[in-house]
Write a protein that binds this ligand. Sequence first.
Ligand code: BAL
Ligand code: ZN
Length: 886
Amino acid sequence: QKTVYRKNYTPPSFLANTVDLTFDLDPSQTRVTAKTELIHNPQSKSTDIVLYGEDLELVGILLNGRKLAAGEYALENGLLRITKAPEVTRLEIETLICPDKNTTLMGLYLSNGNFFTQCEAEGFRKITYFPDRPDVMAKYTVTLKANKKQFPVLLSNGNLVEEGALPRGRHYAKWEDPFNKPSYLFAIVAGKLVCQEETFTLASGRKVLLQVWVEKGNLDKTAHAMESLKHSIRWDEERYGLELDLDRFMIVAVGDFNMGAMENKGLNIFNTRYVLANPRIATDVDYANIESVVGHEYFHNWTGNRVTCRDWFQLSLKEGLTVFRDQEFSADRIGTKDGRAVKRIEDVRTLRQHQFPEDAGAMAHPVRPDSYEEINNFYTVTIYEKGAEVVRMYQTLLGREGFRKGMDLYFQRHDGQAVTCSDFLAAMADANKQDLTQFENWYSQAGTPRVKLRTRYNKKAQSLSLTLSQSCPPTPEQAKKRPFLIPFAFGLLDAKGKSMVVNSHDVTVRKKLADAPSGTALVQLTRKSQTITLTGVPEKPVISALRNFSAPVILEYDQSDEELALLLSADPDAFNRWDAGQRLALRHLLRLTHAVQHKEALELPSTLVEAYRSVLANDSLDPAFQALALTLPSEIMIAEEMKEIDPQAIVQARHFMLQTLSHSLQDEWLKTYQTIRIPAPYSPEPDNAGKRSLRNLALSYLMEGDDKKLMQLAVTQYDNADNMTDRMAALTALTHAGNLTSKKMAERCLRHFYREFRLEALVIDKWFALQATSPENGAPEMRKLADHPAFTLKNPNRARSLVFGFCMNNMAQFHATDGSGYDFWAENILELDRINPQIAARLSRALTQYNRFKPELKKRARKTLKHIASRKLSRDTGEIINKILA
Ligand code: BAL
Ligand code: ZN
């Protein structure tokens, strides 16, 4: 397999000026004519034109109007090379492609009879031979021709400049995109679609046309996406002074899609999952995800499209930055008391749940990778979520205003260019006159840093010293790490939980530190170990460390149960209040897991039960916050803390803690469940959504006991629900409760659910996912579900719901000691790899940390991995499997 290295980057030999594409659309054979004007790049010594192509039938090439004979170009391994090309070269290339055979969902493909494209990262080469790399930017004109009846709607990037009829029932539309763009942002859509549209006035007074395109039956599900788009446009104007640069902005929903959505210039294509919503089919979480993904894709218009990446190693330049922007947008949109903290907690949970394990496993890679075999494998939580944390740290270090100055300079310098992560860093540093050289390590080094905190209080001197040491474990190809520049925010509480003043020459007490309560101090860690001394500390304080998760690190700091309980009840930093509860629970979950392994008695200390009781009783708290604080750390988070992972013991320990909290706080759960009132009719507003999440958490705790009366609550809620959030919560609680009573009730509801929603693909995904993640269901049940007529591996959402649901989110069953889970996994990888390598490669990641599991599982996993490796695999899946086995 061919590895691509960042260090080998060379500028393109030719730059494209204009691209004129004509598509004669036909499902089985589409003819593509690409006329490209190329100009030699003075920065390149080569005079060869290099064009990439994949799965194309080449019909012919004209160079400056002359047909090239076969010997005048070389076509080898997906590369078409024209040697010694003229300084200005007009190429006209004709290719044939077969969209109806394209199951990879890259390039041009069909979904439910309609045409769609996906070109990021390297899908454009499946459409025509082209310098398909992000640093080649051009102006595109696109003409689409198709049968009018079958494909009445013809869309592409930019503005519609012409349309009309053609002979034999065909028609055409011509689109022009006024902006330079790389090929990965190209898109077309053709088919039977309808749209919700609206004229929207920008802050400048300019009017723009907004459209959300869907299949006919889905027009009642577009309102939320449209609202989200309008909010995104406003937010980017207000927060960053960035305006929509087009006259028309389109969102199109498609049922078959590898990713969440795609930011093609002016023509965003979305997985239906992130567009379609109404109360009947979408949960509160779906609504929030739609808002955030619509925001994300819209924000890319500046961070990604206007300023793009020089090469794919710089992917986080646009993705980390745009995730950070969508996180901030969603946080601002919540608007409740602890709304921003709630969003921060959710984001950090995602990071810990998905990115920390990635950073600790075989696929660990820096935010700016050094090499890849298949770029599709690098659309990872590290590039996205850790990348967003890296961007957030600039804001923490420079303040919101400083960060904005950096953003302004970044656009001033690089609008219209394809640039690097270092260019972004330089803009931040220069705009704030700061030396951020050391910050570069966040881009170049993989692995989650650990920060160890030791404190010493001197009563006589009334001083407190904090010694902070950092380390970072080895990761593939990076044995040793240099120290990171870590912004470490903290505060002090007295024994009663009151904030104490922080005095020191060593720390900055920032009044303007984003999202920090007053009294929060910020230290910049730069060395392996450093000690700071605080003076005027009248009593031994309780330390609230790493406030608001000021850096993506693992904090190692021993605090007693009592200290953690105090922080949980009193820390003015809401994030740390939550985190203290998580640390407290995690400590006992680990202890319980150990006890399960050694067949010791299981007990839960009253400190924890009482701490939870007071959170539940404190109605001055935001309900969304209460729900998060009362949700136990996940099984994966427990596993991350273990030297040798024992999935069955983890699941049993966590189940014991849930049951104990269920029994001990039964009155409180019931009271919470019965007293929370949510105004009708359903609205996904965060205030109501927060109440629902607490109420439904209470319901799930109540289901932990095998009490028929309590189970009936869930059945009644299921039957009476007027929205998917409550219906799904009741069904999940019943399905996952894992006792005989609930099982029977769940079966009836599951049958009803399927009948009721059989025509709603996104809801049927939920139906599969729910059963895939049930702790009751193992590989045999999965096989039965995979045989269900509604199941197909061809649709990524459906594959994700069942197969990923089981392999990624059903710990004890997937890691069953008989290996049945691994066998199911392997079969699906091999089958999927023939259909859609990108999705197969994603599934392959389920065992990236197999080495850390208990010996019998490790052995079984290795055998399964070797079995997969012995088969013919795609580049995508091959890279992952081989790296896991390395
Ligand atoms: N650029 C790929 C999809 C996304 O991150 O928006
Ligand atoms: Zn993105």
